[in-house]
Design a protein around this ligand. Structure first.
Ligand SMILES: [Fe+2]
Ligand SMILES: [Fe+2]
Length: 428
């Protein structure tokens, strides 16, 4: 590479594509660091002019070029400065050059939205991302040699949802504070049956929220960082679940009743979610079926809440859950639109879970009773019976709404009915 004739003629005849003025930086590490970085900013085959007041740099530059597989073209000394020309070797930046001049557009209100940041290199999403993309932000020019991080969810279809940027922006705009946004001081003293029912329901809700926090968190480090928007969204979702746990436990304890009973049915149901290692199945079971069913449950509790604090807590949590369900629906729809046969994985997952659940005797007797007391407005036999009828109607509504959500996903009605009927009696 370094055998071309050198000298004034070639140097004069070459017009450089870039220039590096190194002044009197001494020949050493920082000298070559600057030369390297200036070459990085050129395309392969282009010529860099290096200007230096160090008049004896020639031999060092020549040997550096040989080692780095660039082509030293020659030098020209004049007065107090020398000019050296270097042609950049091939395959120095296999990933191309960085963007320059591409801006995220400002929105009308002066904000920069993640909805608009899919621009230039940063906006180029691969269908299959190599695991050795590491933590290099999408759009960055990566030096070869990034270690394999061992991500296992490396395809866009594995995790993507078309509304992901929208959901992330909504999630940030909808954060609330379970310490200060609930007027805890205004919690009234309730009749004991009502307070007991609220405490039981809050216990159940908090327990289920643990699974909603743990399960997405379990998958996050497996998702290729190329799809960073999904991680950003899931981190907001995990924060939502953390706040729900906090708010439900606080409501249980704020009135002096405290946490009540857990059932094996609930724990078994949540465990069957927790051990699911397939993200597609897990996302469908948790977000579409589980959290979807919780939308109805939280709406029911809100409508029958015996005090404004309980009403507000479940109302705010329900708004968050709407976003979680929206991700689950959009992700499943994204998958089934491309690979319709994947519906089989979903029916299998629900079926396996039903079998696992049937292996245990048990019911959510405390939860059903508490919901009935709230809906009936008391625990007398008449009121309880009236409330129990309403809980039965709630379960029919949950069944219907699950089917509707599956139709949105793109699942046929017959399959959707079968899946909805097999859903866990724990709701989540
Ligand atoms: Fe939640
Ligand atoms: Fe959730």
């Amino acid at each position: 590479m370094d055998t071309l004739p050198e000298g004034d003629f070639q140097v004069r005849a070459s017009s450089p594509d870039g220039s590096a003025d190194l002044g009197d930086i001494p020949i050493g590490a920082s000298f070559f660091l600057r030369v390297k970085n200036c070459l990085d900013r050129l395309e392969d085959g282009k010529v860099l002019e290096v200007r230096t007041k160090r008049l004896h740099a020639r031999d060092d530059l020549r040997s550096w070029c040989r080692i780095k597989q660039h082509q030293y073209l020659g030098d020209l000394e004049g007065g107090t400065e020398a000019r050296h020309l270097i042609r950049k070797g091939e395959r120095k930046t296999p990933d191309g050059l960085p963007d320059w001049g591409i801006r995220i557009p400002l929105r009308g209100d002066g904000s920069l939205s993640i909805r608009d940041w899919f621009a230039g290199r940063a906006g180029r999403l691969m269908e299959n991302a190599p695991a050795y993309v590491g933590f290099v932000p999408r759009g960055t020019v990566s030096e070869p040699g990034v270690p394999d991080y061992g991500f296992t969810l490396n395809r866009k279809i594995d995790v993507w949802a078309d509304n992901i940027a929208e959901l992330y922006e909504q999630a940030k705009a909808s954060q609330w504070n379970a310490s200060t946004d609930i007027p805890w001081a205004e919690l009234p003293a309730l009749p004991e049956p009502a307070e007991r029912a609220v405490c039981q329901i809050m216990t159940f809700l908090a327990e289920n929220e643990y699974s909603a926090l743990y399960i997405p968190a379990k998958f996050m480090a497996r998702i290729n960082s190329h799809y960073i928007e999904v991680l950003m969204y899931l981190s907001a979702l995990v924060q939502d679940e953390s706040r729900h746990i906090e708010a439900f436990i606080k409501r249980a304890m704020a009135g002096g009743g405290g946490l009540q009973y857990s059932s094996v049915l609930t724990e078994r149901s949540l465990h069957s979610l927790f051990v699911q290692e397939d993200y597609f199945k897990s996302s469908f079971l948790l977000h579409v079926l589980g959290e979807g069913t919780f939308l109805d449950l939280l709406g029911f509790i809100r409508d029958h809440a015996p005090d404004p604090i309980t009403e507000k807590v479940v109302h705010l949590a329900r708004l968050d859950e709407g976003r979680h369900v929206a991700y689950g629906i959009a992700h499943a729809r994204h998958v089934l639109a491309r690979e319709p046969g994947m519906v089989r994985a979903l029916t299998d997952a629900v079926e396996e879970r039903r079998e696992y659940m049937e292996a245990v005797e048990g019911e959510n007797s405390h939860v059903i009773e508490a919901l009935s007391v709230l809906a009936g407005g008391g625990d007398s036999p008449e009121r309880f019976q009236e409330g129990f009828r309403q809980v039965e109607n709630l379960q029919k509504l949950m069944y219907e709404h699950r089917i509707q959500r599956m139709l949105q996903v793109g699942i046929g009605r017959e399959t959707a009915e079968r899946i909805s009927a097999s859903h866990t009696p724990n709701f989540m």
